[in-house]
Design a protein around this ligand. Structure first.
Ligand code: DX5
Ligand code: ZN
Length: 220
């Protein structure tokens, strides 16, 4: 079966205090730390890369769930593997030709491979990456246009989550964008079990309450 993984998006944290922000989220009950890696090309924003993951890794043993919003994901596999990234989720839109090689390389570096899709990309595009000999182990359904935190959840993306869950009973299905107490039930009942949340967690007076609320919704 699938277990809930609540993953605060560190994009909403104070990057100048990343280690203490990470520790705070883990103390609040986070399962994973979601790390948004953007190259200023695949998306119109630029964030962090392997050097920052390397620095953070020295302060925590936590699962670092890396979401690669980059045009050439294969170039990031070796550097991120080397510094201790845990999950490596690339975008299907950025891996049209070389996804088999990419998955293979991610696994060989000891990371868990995942594939993400933007709101405009049909769910059918990720099926070949799950139905193959060397599959991805997670599918990330974007519920906003990638690039920025604090956007509005797109409920129409739940059709994709439902279709995936119907096909794959034990696959990790992650949702990212606009998740919080008011949208978690839509995502959880559609079948998502890995929940990324940035602004709703970091902006809450009691982040621990938001995290435990979301975990309970997934378990129900
Ligand atoms: C957006 C990122 C998200 C973002 C989510 O491109 O992939 O992880 O930080 O932030 P919220 O939860 O505020 O929508
Ligand atoms: Zn993300």
């Amino acid at each position: 079966g699938v277990t809930p993984k609540i993953a605060p998006s560190m994009l909403s944290s104070d990057f100048a205090n990343l280690a203490s922000e990470a520790k705070r989220m883990l103390d609040f009950g986070a399962d994973w730390l979601h790390m948004d890696i953007m190259d200023g090309h695949f998306v119109p924003n630029l964030t962090i890369g392997a050097p920052v993951i390397e620095s953070l890794r020295k302060h925590t043993k936590a699962y670092l769930d890396c979401h690669l919003m980059v045009t050439n994901p294969i170039d990031y596999v070796e550097p991120l593997g080397k510094v201790g990234a845990s999950g490596f989720t690339f975008h299907v839109e950025a891996s049209k030709e070389n996804w088999q090689e990419l998955i293979q390389k991610i696994k060989s570096k000891g990371m868990k491979p995942g594939v993400a899709l933007k709101p405009g990309t049909p769910i059918e595009e990720v099926y070949p990456l799950v139905d193959c000999e060397n599959p991805v182990e997670m599918v990330l359904v974007m519920t906003v246009e990638p690039g920025f935190g604090g956007q509005k959840f797109m409920p129409e993306m739940m059709d994709k989550v439902r279709a995936l869950r119907k096909k794959y009973a034990s696959l990790d299905i992650e949702v990212d964008g606009g998740l919080g107490p008011s949208t978690i039930d839509m995502a959880a009942s559609a079948g998502a079990n890995c929940i990324v949340a940035g602004s709703s967690v970091f902006g809450a007076p009691e982040p621990a309450a938001v995290i435990s609320h979301m975990r309970k919704s997934v378990l129900e």
